[in-house]
Design a protein around this ligand. Structure first.
Ligand SMILES: CC(C)(COP(=O)(O)OP(=O)(O)OC[C@H]1O[C@@H](n2cnc3c(N)ncnc32)[C@H](O)[C@@H]1OP(=O)(O)O)[C@@H](O)C(=O)NCCC(=O)NCCS
Length: 165
């Protein structure tokens, strides 16, 4: 099998159409009714802010991860998507590891967390395999009947990094 060479870098404007397409064709955004226009706005607002990183393979954008920084002494993963034909190749795990290292080494924060639909069983399996813990459930979060799990990964205490102030 050919080895995939994946580079992770910040989002550029030219990447937006691919990122939009992979988002609006993936569950749970299909269920949430996210439009291409709304998804495009999401990326445009985050350009050049070190908040969205893409995974690239031979010039093709095959996934992205979007962050909100410094929430509850953590970085919050707002969105993570890998294009459908590139799933189960380790790209999602690479994007997660990239953000975990950035959180600890550059932002000096000890936690990463995210929300995922309780119906998104594949994503839940993926996060549990990557050592995230389900720490709670928010009922009717996006809409009535659409619940979300809170998944959390901790690398240490706030005091351990001298961050409590
Ligand atoms: C969840 C997601 C980011 C994982 O990315 P990935 O590159 O497939 O992840 P990896 O290859 O590192 O890990 C794959 C593992 O995750 C799980 N998994 C998650 N989604 C899967 C899918 N669509 N197909 C198969 N396995 C999937 C499986 O446990 C899989 O293990 P396996 O390869 O041994 O079967 C990707 O499936 C995706 O973009 N899904 C749609 C969007 C989404 O649900 N995002 C998360 C919600 S915030």
């Amino acid at each position: 099998m050919k080895t995939l060479v994946i580079t992770i870098r910040e989002l550029e404007e030219k990447d937006i159409p691919s990122c939009v397409e992979m988002t609006i064709t993936s569950f749970p955004w299909t269920a949430y009714g996210l439009t291409a226009g709304q998804a495009t706005k999401f990326f445009l607002e985050r350009l050049s802010k070190q908040l969205v990183f893409v995974a690239e393979n031979e010039g093709e954008v095959v996934g992205f991860i979007a962050l909100k920084k410094n929430v509850l002494f953590a970085n919050y993963i707002r969105r993570l998507v890998v294009s459908e034909k590139h799933r189960s190749l380790g790209i999602g795990s690479k994007l997660l590891t990239f953000v975990e290292e950035l959180t600890l080494k550059e932002d000096h924060l000890p936690n990463v967390f995210l929300l995922t639909s309780t119906q998104n069983l594949r994503a839940i399996t993926f996060y549990l395999r990557n050592n995230y813990q389900i720490i709670g459930k928010i009922k009717d979060f996006v809409d009535t009947g659409l619940d979300e799990y809170i998944l959390w990964k901790s690398f240490g205490t706030i005091n351990g990094l001298g961050k409590y102030h």
